[in-house]
Structure formats: C-alpha cells, structure tokens
Design a protein around this ligand. Structure first.
Ligand code: PLP
Length: 208
C-alpha cells in the first residue's frame, strides 16, 4: 500500500523492511481472496474460530493478533504462521504442548501492554523483561519479536519508541506496531510489521 511506502521513505527506511499484515477480521473469505489476488499475502485475524472459517489458504501467511484464550491455543498452533499475542505463562504452556503434538511451532511475538492499561491484554511493563527472557529461553528463535497496541487517546510515538527499544535490548528483530490510524508513526519508530484492517478492507460493520 502506498501509505506504507511513503511513510518508510519519509523515515529514511526501506519500504521492503515493513510488512503489511492485512487484518481481515469480520470480512469474509471473499475479501481475503480478493486481497490475495491483488498481491497481499500476509493476513491477521483476532479470533481463532473466525480465522478457521477462512484459513488455511494456499499462498497466505496468517497471524493471530488478538488476545488468545488458552483453550484456543491448539487450534491456533495448527492454523497460524505467527501468534502475535503471547502474553502469559499459561498461554506459553498451552502453545508448547500443542506444538509438541502438532510438530509445528508458529513464530511467536510477545505482546507488551505498553501503556500499562488495566483493560488491555499484553504482559505488564514491570514483568516484560523477565517474561521476554523466559520466552526466548523456551522457544528459541521462534520468539521473533514484540507487539503492542498503544493507548488510544495519547500520542502513540513514545509508546512505539519504547517497544522498539525493548526489542533492541533483547535482540529481537520483529516489531509489530501500528494500525490503520497510526502506522506512519509506528514506521517512523521502527515497525517491521503494521496491522491494518479498515485502511484496506474498509470499515467493519461490527466493532471488534
Ligand atoms: C483490529 C485490529 C487491528 C486493525 O485495526 P484497524 O484500525 O482496522 O487497522 C490491528 N491490530 C489488532 C490487534 C486488531 O485487533
């Protein structure tokens, strides 16, 4: 998408270093197929059940981006190429068990509750460093990076910068940050993946 390339070039970054995760939640498989035909290969879904209605789909990579219930971990491990919302030890246990059984382990991102908001999922800031270290020890190179959703009302840039710094400290390459409304700021702060839904598929009929 043009906005991503412009934002990357404006920030002095290579547009190819930013992957667009097209968030297809609430849109049917027809919309996914249309995007695929237009050259979009990486998709994001926030509910495993809904994702299973559209994926797996040849030629696509699927990211599970939403808060993941432990009892959905096995299905997510079978279906997804990446789980971007690893945020607690019980979920890590469920993913590890499922991966052992399935013989496949998706790429994993630790979701950090970067604004320390009570209602948000993600590991709390105070526990982030030790949790990231533990996940690195447990999953090795499959722990690829970090993900965050900054507080809605604030300027997102300091939050994006904080996540990027945390990824740097831990030597993690992937930074999934920025959505339709704020991905330019995320790209300026070093996002490698931006998750855009409404900017690609149009407004969602149902809030999710
Ligand atoms: C829905 C969703 C997005 C995409 O939101 P838009 O504002 O439509 O771009 C990104 N990340 C997560 C975790 C989401 O749930």
């Amino acid at each position: 998408m043009d906005r991503i390339a412009r934002a990357a070039l404006g920030a002095g970054r290579d547009p190819a270093a930013v992957t667009l995760v097209a968030v297809s939640k609430t849109h049917g498989q027809a919309a996914v197929l249309a995007a695929l035909a237009a050259g979009q290969h990486v998709f994001g879904e926030n509910r495993v059940q809904e994702a299973a209605e559209k994926f797996p789909l040849q030629g696509t990579q699927l990211h599970i981006i939403g808060g993941l219930q432990t009892n959905k971990a096995a299905q997510a491990v079978l279906l997804a190429d990446a789980i971007d919302s690893l945020d607690r030890a019980s979920l890590a246990d469920a993913i590890a068990t499922a991966a052992q059984k399935a013989g496949r382990l998706p790429q994993l991102l630790v979701q950090v509750n970067i604004g320390d908001e009570a209602q948000k999922s993600g590991v709390a800031l105070a526990e982030a460093d030790s949790f990231i270290r533990a996940m690195r020890a447990r999953f090795g190179a499959n722990l690829a990076g970090l993900m965050c959703i900054p507080p809605e009302s604030a300027d997102p840039s300091p939050y994006f910068q904080r996540l990027a710094a945390m990824a740097d400290e831990h030597g993690l390459a992937v930074r999934s940050m920025g959505m339709s409304g704020d991905f330019e700021a995320a790209i300026a702060a070093g996002a490698t993946h931006v998750r855009a839904g409404s900017a690609i598929f149009g407004a969602r009929m149902v809030a999710k």
